[in-house]
Ligand binder design. Structure first.
Ligand SMILES: NC(=O)c1ccc[n+]([C@@H]2O[C@H](COP(=O)([O-])OP(=O)(O)OC[C@H]3O[C@@H](n4cnc5c(N)ncnc54)[C@H](OP(=O)(O)O)[C@@H]3O)[C@@H](O)[C@H]2O)c1
Length: 321
């Protein structure tokens, strides 16, 4: 599996290019299905599972669901030391929109995450959103304390611009604090924007952000790497216009889809695998945080773990040649 080593003064981890995302672990009473997905992911060489404090608080009775399912699975399989867990805290209050990047809220979120995950540390701890009104001088010492306590091993941020990451890491360097080591944003061969996704608290990869990641070789975890199945479903012609993947059906992305279909015909690669190979081939490390709802999708996606495209194929897929 293509991977990247993250290292700091205390810890070292190897992040795989395919991370299993569990935002859809919606039900408490469905362990059998979710356990089978995680078992299959591990069996096929997977080593990192992504979750968040707020998954799945949008369904009735779903609060804590994702972290709790993972916690029960880690306990049942006794495999905590073999799996990296990334989780996220500090999501703003969904009802009021109020920011929750203060010490009390982050302390509450991390404690609950550890409790639900039935562990005493998180390998990568992400702030789920940013609030640019809060100075990095207030945020970084809190994360550094969590790190020094051994409760989090690496600091990540999700939906932060690279300008804010740079500011936070400058402050961390000047003050001897543990810096941000990895970033999680929306990134796919099917380009998106916060307008398209209807959520201005997200950050999507764009030309400016890309240049910064390339210049700094800064590791990225890409969420929605398959554009919610846009390529796989549109290629088969079974996408419905009211489903999540249809939001990616812009003219530019439909042109990329035509290229994906062409490449699939030439190589026999399934269309779901191509966008993962595309992200594996970027000039900085990308771990695709993909989700599945069927076991066969897990098997298909894991076939991308060693897939790399050359520059010409990347340019072709991107519609640049
Ligand atoms: N940090 C953040 O703010 C943030 C935001 C969003 C997501 N995330 C993370 O990213 C993860 C993935 O997000 P996502 O669900 O948007 O990602 P995605 O991987 O782009 O889309 C997942 C969907 O693609 C379809 N799919 C997957 N494999 C397929 C295959 N082989 N063939 C056909 N269709 C396939 C499935 O759709 P069907 O179910 O319709 O079959 C699946 O539910 C989440 O679970 C979460 O961990 C993070």
């Amino acid at each position: 599996m293509i991977s990247c080593v993250l290292k700091n003064d205390k810890y070292e981890i190897t992040v795989p290019c395919l991370t299993y995302g569990t935002a859809n672990f919606e039900r408490h009473d469905n362990d059998e299905t979710y356990f089978s997905f995680m078992d299959k992911y591990i069996e096929l060489g997977g080593t990192c599972i992504d979750t968040a404090r707020v998954y799945c608080d949008w369904v009735e009775g779903g609060s804590d669901a994702s972290e709790s399912v993972i916690g029960r699975w880690l306990e049942a399989r006794g495999c905590r030391d073999k799996v990296l867990i990334s989780t996220k805290g500090g999501h703003h209050d969904r009802e009021t929109g109020e920011s929750r990047l203060d010490r009390a809220s982050l302390e509450y979120d991390l404690s609950r995450s550890l409790e639900c995950l039935k562990t005493d540390y998180v390998d990568i701890y992400f702030l789920h959103r940013d609030d640019p009104h809060i100075p990095v001088e207030e945020i970084m010492p809190i994360l550094d304390d969590f790190y020094r306590q051994g409760r989090i091993h690496f600091i990540g941020v999700s939906n932060w611009t690279t300008a804010r990451i740079e500011e936070a890491n400058r402050y961390a360097a000047e003050n001897g604090l543990e810096p941000i080591r990895i970033s999680q944003i929306n990134y796919s061969l099917a380009h998106a924007s916060t307008d398209i996704l209807g959520d201005h608290t997200l950050v999507c990869m764009d030309t400016r952000e890309f240049s910064w990641y390339r210049k700094h070789h800064f590791p990225v975890m890409a969420f929605s790497p398959q554009a919610k199945g846009f390529f796989a479903k549109f290629a088969k012609g079974d996408a419905a216009t009211n489903l999540p993947e249809s939001q990616f059906a812009s003219t530019a992305n439909l042109a990329r889809l035509a290229r994906v279909k062409q490449l699939c015909q030439q190589t026999g690669t399934p269309p779901a695998v191509v966008p993962l190979g595309y992200l594996n081939s970027q000039p900085f490390f990308v771990s695709s945080v993909f989700a599945v709802t069927k076991l066969w999708q897990m098997e298909e996606n894991m076939a991308a773990q060693d897939l790399v495209y050359d520059e010409k194929t990347l340019a072709f897929l991107d519609n640049r040649i």
